[in-house]
Design a protein around this ligand. Structure first.
Ligand code: NAD
Length: 440
């Protein structure tokens, strides 16, 4: 079987590489010539644990190819995946489908034999139908099917998520397409992965419903953590106490500075917009979106409050972790995009460090470069700072040498926005320690 993936970003590159690992011949296409040039040489444009080796292995075993030439890449494809971005559309928050539709037009112009076209991008309900109509209009004689196969991988553990998913969702109404996609995912049958076949619209909705539910869980525990601070309860114990209930589950019950990343913020918003358009508003998700935006916007106040004890005017603050979560270099909608500018606007100078996100972060914070010192490690970042903020829970921040930290910081203030340290221990060591929902 031969497949083509259009869009070689986080999802396209990981899925393409993993399909190649299943034994299929894969061509990953992208319009970004520099990216494809690098990939051909085995240089990976993103940080994703384990991806580097897997790409190189599948290139050398001649199952994984990269190309910018769409026409050539479509020639022998049995299945064509669309894996381009669907960011929030400026102004109204709907998913911007211009990349998806432009790919559909390209396919319509260039495809000249049967293939299944699959939306792997996260797209609103009804997009599969629109993609079908676009191709049909351009090429009325072409025989093809359009399916939906949303992707649930998480950056940072993307390969494992793709190779051992909780489930695969395939939405399509044609038996031929179902059989082809079933054949593609056959290696997962061996692991007894549930493969769920649905209507195309249902598959499209499953993806948005899943992300909105997870975002709701995070927002719920964030709001509970606020209440914990008011009433002297401990949110970590609340999470355990409710999470052990099988109906609730332990995951996604960690309070923090608000969810970010390339999916939850835009997908929750897009679902809200679709529901409003269909006159079936999702008030719960609307609240989640607003609550999370407020949280990210206001988190700087927590930092300033801790610093208010210091008389100094221009404070220097260290921030460890800039990406929206550990094990990725992805900065999209990261809480750091709110925190960094807000602190700078409040006369702070910043010392920043992230294990993998520095290159990306430097592009996002270019206009603040006069106020930022980029550091090479955690300790350099903390040297002579007035406070330390832990913003992303990278493993290497979990076991910092606290005695050393106390010596090198100007003031032993730590604001731990991921609750990775023990409040009692930090207090005993003489730190002025703040964490989320765990009053000392
Ligand atoms: P990305 O921005 O990392 O990658 C998109 C790629 O598509 C880019 O390399 C871009 O150059 C390319 N592209 C755009 N238009 C093109 C065209 N006409 N021809 C060829 N290439 C083109 O995006 P991503 O994070 O991989 O997300 C892709 C989709 O998958 C989105 O809908 C997203 O919501 C969804 N998704 C993402 C994740 C994730 O963790 N990143 C997880 C699940 C689902």
């Amino acid at each position: 079987m031969k497949i083509t993936i259009i869009g070689t970003g986080y999802v396209g590159l990981v899925s393409g590489t993993c399909f190649a690992e299943f034994g299929v011949t894969v061509t990953c296409v992208d319009k970004d010539k520099e990216k494809i040039g690098k990939l051909k040489k085995g240089i990976i444009p993103i940080f994703e644990p384990g991806l580097d080796e897997l790409v190189k292995k599948n290139i050398s075993e001649k199952r994984l190819y990269f190309n910018t030439d769409l026409e050539k890449s479509l020639k022998e494809a049995d299945i064509i995946f669309i894996a381009v971005g669907t960011p929030s559309r400026r102004g109204d928050g709907h998913a911007d489908l211009s990349y998806v539709f432009s790919v559909a037009k390209e396919i319509g112009k260039r495809l000249n034999k049967y293939a299944v076209i699959v939306n792997k991008s996260t797209v609103p309900i009804g997009t599969g139908k629109k993609v079908y109509e676009i191709i049909k209009k351009i090429n009325p004689k072409l025989k093809f099917d359009v399916a939906s196969n949303p992707e649930f991988l998480r950056e940072g553990s993307a390969i494992n998520d793709f190779m051992r998913p909780d489930r695969v969702v395939i939405g399509c109404d044609s038996d031929k397409a179902k059989n082809l996609l079933g054949e593609l995912y056959r290696p997962l049958y061996l692991l007894e992965t549930p493969i769920i076949f649905t209507k195309r619209e249902t598959a499209e909705l499953i993806k948005y419903a899943a992300n909105s539910f997870l975002a709701t869980k995070i927002t719920f525990i964030n709001e509970i953590s606020d209440l914990c601070e008011k009433v002297g309860a401990n949110v970590s114990d609340v999470s355990i106490g409710i999470g052990l209930d099988g109906r609730i589950g332990k995951k996604f019950l960690h309070p923090g500075p608000g969810y970010g990343g390339s999916c939850f913020p835009k997908d929750t918003l897009a679902l809200v917009k679709t529901a409003q358009d269909k006159n079936s508003p999702l008030k719960l998700v609307e609240h989640v979106v607003q609550s999370n935006l407020n949280r990210k916007k206001m988190i700087y106040k927590r930092v300033l409050k801790m610093l208010s004890k210091l008389k100094k005017k221009n404070k220097v603050i260290s921030i460890l972790g800039l990406t929206f979560k550990p094990n990725t270099d992805d900065m999209r909608d990261s809480p750091s995009l709110n925190l960094v500018p807000s602190l700078i606007k409040n006369n702070c100078k910043l010392k920043l460090y992230d294990p993998e996100g520095m290159k990306e972060a430097k592009t996002y914070f270019k206009k603040y470069s006069n106020y930022i010192k980029w550091c090479n490690d955690s300790y350099e970042a903390c040297e002579k700072s007035d406070a330390l903020v832990i913003l992303t829970e990278w493993n290497q921040f979990r076991a910092l040498d606290l005695i050393k930290l106390k010596k090198i910081l100007n003031h032993p203030i730590i604001i731990d926005l991921r609750n990775i340290y023990n409040p009692k221990e930090l207090q005993e060591l003489g730190f002025d320690y703040d964490s989320i929902g765990r009053p000392i």
